[in-house]
Design a protein around this ligand. Structure first.
Ligand code: C5P
Length: 240
């Protein structure tokens, strides 16, 4: 179960990030670097985390034309990322170009291909905003499923989704398509700004492949203990 737990390193800089990695390596599956840390420290932070034995999910959510997306995918793959993501709303051609670029680059460098994950509808977007601002007059759940199917057809390995969307996604995309879910909160942790949350046990029960957890671990006085408690809860689901 520990391999399924990805810790979001949403911290300002290198010192804080590496301290967390030192405490958590071996106890969790991977570390997620988002726009904040990547842009403040540069790609060197990926190498440093890998040097400490951590696998890295590079969460930069590409959204660009197919050629730019594919070229960026080559660079990220060359960093030996464990996982990275693109917006499914960037379209089929972009996703296909990215998936192919990751595969070709990994083969050329003889490294493991990163898992390429599609971002569907951000969990911060409400139905009302989706219709009024994004301009799509369709239930979010339907659009999430449609983009997930498109991502699968384009050769992506899975999608990021809210835990509430796991069941319909599983039904639409089958057992092998990866579902990565943030918005996970153990009962003992604060929900913060996350609105639609599930416990680690529930998320595993629903069929999530990876759980992304940030503050319940990173803001805990003993991050390693918090991660161990979360893994225990995940195991309860697997053993149920
Ligand atoms: O601290 P917390 O557990 O809420 O962190 C969740 C992480 O997952 C953050 O890095 C956030 O950016 C990311 N995320 C999310 N919802 C999405 C996509 C990504 O919370 N739909």
């Amino acid at each position: 179960m520990k391999d399924k737990l990805i810790v979001a390193l949403d911290v300002a800089g290198r010192k804080e990030a590496l301290s967390l990695v030192e405490q958590l390596t071996g106890g969790v599956g991977a570390f997620k670097i988002g726009m904040q840390l990547f842009n403040s420290e540069g790609p060197g932070i990926v190498k440093e985390i890998q040097g400490l034995g951590g696998k890295v999910f590079i969460d930069l959510k590409f959204h660009d034309i197919p050629n730019t997306g594919a070229q960026a995918a080559k660079v990220i793959t060359g960093m030996n990322a464990f996982m990275f993501n693109v917006h499914a709303s960037g379209g089929f051609e972009m996703m296909k170009g990215v998936a192919e670029a990751a595969k070709e680059t990994a083969e050329r460098l003889r490294i493991k291909k990163p898992l390429v994950i599609g971002v569907t509808v951000l969990t911060s977007i409400s139905q009302d905003v989706f219709e009024r601002e994004v301009g799509i007059a369709r239930p979010i759940e339907e659009q999430v499923t449609a983009w997930a199917k498109l991502a699968q057809k384009a050769g992506l390995d899975g999608v990021v989704a809210s835990p509430r969307e796991i069941l319909p996604l599983r039904k639409a995309c089958g057992p092998d398509f990866l579902i990565v879910t943030p918005g996970v909160r153990p009962l003992w942790a604060a929900t913060n700004d996350q609105k639609r949350v599930m416990t680690p046990k529930e998320a595993v029960q629903q069929g999530a492949d990876y759980l992304v957890v940030g503050r319940p671990i990173t803001a805990h006085k003993n991050p390693r203990e918090a991660a161990a408690k979360i893994i225990e809860e995940m195991e309860e689901a697997a053993n149920a």
